[in-house]
Design a protein around this ligand. Sequence first.
Ligand code: A2R
Length: 324
Amino acid sequence: MTAKTSDIAILLAGKSHPHVSVRVGREFRAIEIGKGGIAALDEATRRAIRGAAVMARVDAAFVDALPALEIVSSFGVGYDHVDAAYCASRNVMVTNTPDVLSEEVADTAVGLLINTVRELPRAEKWLRDGRWKKDGAYPLTAATLRGRHAGIFGLGRIGLAIARRLEAMGLAVSYHNRRPVEGVAYHYHASLKDMAAAVDTLISVVPGGAATDRAVNAGVLEALGSDGVFINIGRGSAVDEQALIEALSAGTIRAAGLDVFADEPNVPEALLALPNACLLPHVGSSTQHTRRAMANLVVDNLVSWFDRGTVLTPVPETAGLKQE
Ligand code: A2R
């Protein structure tokens, strides 16, 4: 702990990871946010806060309540809970935790895909329920990964890690982004719906926010077709959940594997009731190893900012900002 940084007040907002609190407490002056939120902090404390380590909503009111705020260091790669454009307008740096979780989330995506297509959770339940002994072998699955063609909606850091895995498993891979990725041989589709029509396995790994809101809609699911499998490992907001429920119920698509939902942790009863939906409680990056790496990056960004005036992983909206 240097004399310089130990005087700097850093707000801890939201429940991220205990290692964030431990390190912030060691390297800075940590300010815990209580039940009353920022409003409950006394004015002198609010005015002293220069940084925030967050896994909580950061809106204009949050930023305006902290006049000395210089940096918001957010836990996780998705930062749709942070109004980064507003932060940029107030000269507040925003960082996230990309890369350190990409391989972990890609592993989860592939596991979820296999579970969905080969019904492994249902097969395990068959065994545990004693049905193997009573009724014999688990029924052959109608779906297989053999011969499948995956379309990745969001070929970014995580999307590429998924694509590499699927390629190794013998699947054809295409993708849709707003623009083609340089140096990538996978087939590019300029339209999500056209890609859905060309593939049978749609994997969504786009960020949340207005640009992707309910992008996977009834039309896209219809284009995916009756052998179609939809996997969502990005954000629940990117799919029209009601349209997905209807598509799964009506057989418009075959199955879905979801790690993310529109209103977590509330999962619609209609989804829970569907046998062709394989559901996980947002565990994409949830290992001790990866969550600790994310926690370290949250604090490393703060340390770097206050030591050197630069950060390791700025979000694009604030990448150009410098310490004043
Ligand atoms: O569109 P591009 O060229 O900016 O490509 C990005 C793509 N993307 C979109 N594609 C189509 N329509 C959109 N409106 C749209 N918005 C973004 O998603 C890019 O290829 C990809 C996101 O990749 P990265 O920024 O590298 O994010 P990363 O680390 O792969 O994480 C993706 C998301 C997070 O934001 C969390 O929501 C979740 O996965 O964990």
